[in-house]
Ligand binder design. Structure first.
Ligand code: HEC
Length: 162
C-alpha cells in the first residue's frame, strides 16, 4: 500500500471512531403520546399494528430503534429521517392540529400510501413495505375519518359553516 493511501485510511478510521462519541438525542417519550390520535380515529387492531410497526418510528414521539442505530453515521441518518418525518406529520401531536389540518394530513396519508411513497424506501429495506391488505386497510380507515372531519368542517355547532 502506498504511503498516501495508508495515511488516508488512518485518517478515515480516526474520523469514524470520533463520530462514535456523538450520538443524536433519542426520540423516546415516557407518555403514551399517540393515545389521543388513536381515540379519535379508532384504527381497528390490524390497522393500529401497521401504524405502530411501519409509521410511528418516524411520525410519533416514540421510535423503536434498530441495533444499528448505535453506529455513526447510520444514527445521524436515522435521526434525520425522524426529525423530517415528525416535522411533516406527528401522530403524537394530533391535539395540536386543527380539524382542517387533520383532514389534510389524512388526505396526504392516502396519497402517500397509494403511491407507495411511505414508508420511506430506505426503511422498507430493513422493515419491509406494506402488504396489499395493509394498503387497503389504511386507506379504508383513512377515508372513513376524512368523512367525519369534513362533516365537522361543514357543520360547525350543528350549523352549516359559512
Ligand atoms: C423512515 C422514516 C419514515 C417512516 C417509517 C414513514 N415515514 Fe412518512 N415521512 C417521512 C419523511 C422524512 C417525510 C417528509 C419527506 C417526504 O415527504 O418524503 C414523510 C412524509 C410523510 C407524509 C407527508 C406529510 C406532509 O405533510 O407532506 C405522510 C402523509 C406520511 N409520511 C405518512 C406515512 C405513513 C402513513 C407511514 C407508514 C405507512 C410513514 N409515513 C412511514 C419519514 C417516514
Amino acid at each position: 500500500m502506498n504511503k498516501f493511501l495508508k495515511k488516508g485510511l488512518i485518517f478515515l478510521v480516526i474520523v469514524f471512531i470520533g463520530m462514535q462519541f456523538y450520538t443524536p438525542e433519542k426520540n423516546i417519550s415516557e407518555t403514551y403520546s399517540t393515545a389521543f390520535f388513536e381515540n379519535e380515529t379508532q384504527p381497528p387492531a390490524p390497522i393500529l399494528a401497521t401504524l405502530q410497526n411501519k409509521c410511528y418510528d418516524c411520525h410519533s414521539n416514540n421510535t423503536n430503534y434498530p441495533w444499528y442505530n448505535n453506529i455513526a453515521p447510520v444514527s445521524y441518518w436515522i435521526d434525520d429521517h425522524i426529525l423530517d418525518g415528525k416535522k411533516h406529520l406527528n401522530f403524537s401531536g394530533w391535539t395540536t392540529y386543527s380539524t382542517k389540518k387533520k383532514d389534510h394530513k389524512i388526505e396526504e396519508l392516502v396519497a402517500e400510501v397509494q403511491e407507495g411513497e411511505m414508508p420511506l424506501k430506505e426503511y422498507t429495506w430493513t422493515h419491509g413495505g406494506l402488504t396489499e391488505d395493509e394498503v387497503k386497510g389504511l386507506i379504508a380507515w383513512a377515508e372513513r375519518n376524512r368523512v367525519i372531519y369534513q362533516y365537522a368542517l361543514k357543520y360547525k355547532n350543528g350549523q352549516l359553516a359559512q
